[in-house]
Design a protein around this ligand. Structure first.
Ligand code: J2J
Length: 537
């Protein structure tokens, strides 16, 4: 296993192999098999681009050889920051074939985050688009220290992906299926984002089992509307599960009804996945649309809690089944099943993929709560990591001694075995599915010369579920001429962080409420915002 990644104990690994969960197959081999079985089927549609399985397979091979030629070696980490373009899949499979390890950054990440990923993973290369959503990624590439930059599009002084895709494919040895295939990013609770190493064995198991749970067949058409780099649209079953089933991936450039509805009609999309705020937008837009959405069978909703009221509206409004998905990039994914009774699909977040997923609901002292009671969710299983990459100290707190991951989610389990997410114990804001570690934003605020202390909390929002509010205590010298909220927000943007992390509100405070043990009481701060929001004007 890649040094810095945490292997499963040999006993557990042997058990997962013996049970057939870990099949000893790589992603590169999976694509090879599907392409051999269905060479002429459409693998991916993106804009005007349509690639068959044979074409995707060949492009992955050619690019793998091209990357090898410029010195990318097996086990090298490569930060990949691509939007929903066909090249995303070509790059991912080229790296899988090479045994190099993509670290999947989001298009929203900026210089501070990318610089950190490049450095922490000691990356050999950084892959970007030329421009996307009015942003020039080559500017970003010039701000960070990348050993090599590969551009899908106009490369300027960097290496063009098309140049690497030009030579003959080379026969490369298939990497070890037990080794790390890729790295996902953690939603995070700490000052720096954590990298999640996933192996071919564990990730491919979760992806194939997810495709089966969702009933994917070679006739299915999956619309990837969310940013493809995120774990949900990548693996639950996402684009990888769709390819494992020999079905078709359609990549939408943005998830709005304007972009997605015509694609659903044109490509006869059968399944797609959304975060709750987008599902609400689709529910609002569908009744008036002229587009034919009748091919849609399943609308998956996950990433944040989807209200039962909204879930109940999916069938009447969109004419398809709702599937709730409660997952995490660290591993465990829960689904409601297509043939579950309506009340299970509407009121719960489903149950784990695997019979081998171990789920515990515990109190603050890690003791199991009574059946049906609410508590902290701990999990361990054949596709849940045993540790973050190069983070031994953090791992000691994020995992129990016997290897359960502390999800930070507060749940209860129904008599039928389905989980209901009741809340969260981790210091994170879930802004419509986008996760923000409070501490990370607080640290950026503390870098401002006028700021003495900062606390970032979630405030309820009817559309996003939650928004962020930053409470700031100024240094005495700054109090006479306090910086405006807009100034502090611009300061954060200037720090080079993703836009979704910039607080929606900034509130100046004289002091923070404290808990009994002297920590800032975020609960009291949230209550303070709630009071302010409900105060008559
Ligand atoms: C409530 N909270 C949820 C849900 C995730 C599939 C789907 C989602 C993710 C994901 C994923 C929730 N109701 N339905 O990786 O493969 C919150 C929980 C969880 C955290 C994980 C997948 N679905 N959540 O959202 O790594 O707090 O993965 O621990 O981004 O999102 O976030 P992330």
């Amino acid at each position: 296993m890649l040094p810095g990644a945490v292997p499963w104990p040999p006993e557990a690994a042997a058990r997962y192999r013996a049970a057939g969960y870990w099949q000893g197959r790589t992603f590169g081999a999976m694509l090879r098999e599907v392409a051999a079985a269905h060479p002429a089927r459409t693998a991916v549609v993106a804009g005007e681009t349509r690639w068959t399985y044979a074409e995707l397979d060949e492009r992955a091979d050619r690019l793998a050889a091209g990357l090898r030629r410029i010195g990318v070696a097996p086990r090298d980490r490569v930060v990949v920051q691509l939007p929903n373009v066909a090249e995303f899949l070509q790059v991912a499979f080229a790296l899988f074939r090479l045994g190099a390890i993509p670290v999947f950054a989001l298009p929203a990440h900026r210089a501070t985050e990318i610089g950190y990923f490049l450095e922490h993973a000691d990356a050999a290369a950084y892959v970007i688009p030329d421009r996307h959503a009015n942003f020039d990624y080559r500017t970003l590439a010039r701000e960070v220290k990348a050993r090599r930059v590969v551009v899908a599009g106009e490369a300027e002084e960097f290496t063009a992906l098309t140049d690497l895709d030009a030579g003959a494919p080379a026969a490369l040895p298939d990497p070890d299926p037990a080794d790390v295939a890729l790295m996902q990013l953690s939603g995070g609770t700490t000052g720096t984002p954590k990298l999640i190493p996933r192996t071919h064995d564990d990730y491919l198991y979760s992806v194939v089992a997810s495709a089966e749970i969702c009933g994917l067949t070679p006739d299915s058409v999956y619309l990837c509307a969310l940013p493809v780099a995120h774990n949900f649209p990548m693996s639950s079953p996402g684009v990888l599960g769709t390819l494992s089933a020999g079905a078709t991936v359609v990549l939408a450039p943005v998830p709005s009804p304007d972009a997605a509805f015509p694609l659903i009609e044109r490509e006869r999309v059968t399944i797609t996945g959304l975060v709750p705020p987008l599902a609400l937008v689709w529910l609002a837009a569908a009744p008036a649309t002229a587009h034919d959405l009748s091919s849609l069978r399943i609308l998956q909703v996950g990433g944040a809690k989807f209200s039962a009221e909204a879930a109940a509206r999916v069938r009447p409004v969109l004419g398809c089944d709702v599937q709730q998905v409660f997952g995490m990039a660290e591993g465990l994914v829960n689904y409601t099943r297509p043939n579950d009774p309506e009340d299970v699909r509407v009121t719960t977040q489903g149950r784990p993929i695997s019979p081998a997923d171990e789920v515990r609901v515990v109190d603050d002292a890690d003791r199991d709560v009574a059946p049906g009671a609410t508590g902290h969710l701990l999990t361990r299983g054949p596709y849940t990591i045993r540790g973050y990459y190069r983070a031994p100290e953090h791992n000691a707190a994020a995992f129990t001694a016997d290897g359960f991951y502390r999800t930070g989610d507060v749940v209860r389990r129904t008599a039928g075995g389905n989980l209901v997410v009741e809340g969260r114990a981790k210091d994170q804001i879930n802004r419509g599915g986008e996760k923000i570690a409070a501490e990370e934003v607080e640290n950026h605020l503390l870098a401002h010369p006028a700021v003495h202390d900062a606390a970032v909390v979630a405030v309820p929002d009817p559309m996003l579920g939650e928004r962020t509010c930053a409470f700031v205590i100024l240094r005495p010298a700054a109090r006479e001429d306090p910086p405006k909220a807009a100034h502090l927000r611009a300061f954060l943007r200037g720090r080079g962080i993703a836009d979704y992390k910039i607080p929606d509100r900034v509130v100046l405070a004289d002091a923070f409420p404290h808990t009994g043990v002297g920590k800032v009481s975020k609960r009291d701060l949230r209550a303070a915002v709630a009071r302010e929001l409900t105060r008559p004007a």
